[in-house]
Write a protein that binds this ligand. Structure first.
Ligand SMILES: [Fe+2]
Ligand SMILES: [Fe+2]
Length: 165
């Protein structure tokens, strides 16, 4: 059974949102490179890759369900953040917003008795739990150490160890 037009349009919107996430984190990567925090930049680069994968997961799903992918214009992300703390506050806020968007998609799929979309979206619901958790954890760690420049350096080094996946 093909995907409904409503669900198709909603997922196309989410493809754009995932690419915006990739863009936002890539902007943060560029910002941290400029701010001499290559570990933070590395973390953001890996995050960018994950968001591109999310976009492509929705992209493939629309095609698999006989829908039509429509790529929308991506907004320009901000250029700078006043501190790592502010950047991670924005990351957490952004991921919370994405979680609510995924929840809305799930609600639409449930309303249509579209079980395949619900199954596909379950992966994203689980992923958002991880996304919020990791952003919140780093933000809390920044709060613990932000008064101490050497500790920030250590955190930067730790973030540089993030694996590609
Ligand atoms: Fe995502
Ligand atoms: Fe995300």
């Amino acid at each position: 059974m093909n995907i409904s037009k409503t669900m198709q349009d909603a997922i196309n919107e989410q493809i754009k949102n995932e690419f915006y996430s990739a863009y936002l984190y890539l902007a943060m990567a560029a910002h941290f490179e400029t701010a001499n925090l290559p570990g933070f930049a590395k973390w953001m680069r890996v995050q960018t890759g994950e968001e591109k994968d999310h976009a492509m997961r929705f992209f493939e799903y629309v095609i698999d369900r006989g829908g039509k992918v429509e790529l929308k214009a991506i907004d320009q992300p901000p250029l700078t953040w006043s501190s790592p703390r502010e950047a991670f506050e924005k990351v957490l806020e952004h991921e919370q917003k994405v979680t609510s968007l995924i929840n809305n998609l799930y609600a639409q799929a449930a309303k249509e008795n579209d079980y395949a979309s619900q199954g596909m979206l379950q992966w994203f619901l689980n992923e958002q739990i991880e996304e919020e958790k990791s952003a919140a954890l780093i933000l809390e760690q920044i709060k613990m150490i932000e008064a101490r420049g050497t500790a920030l350096y250590v955190l930067d080094h730790q973030l540089s160890k993030r694996d590609e996946d």
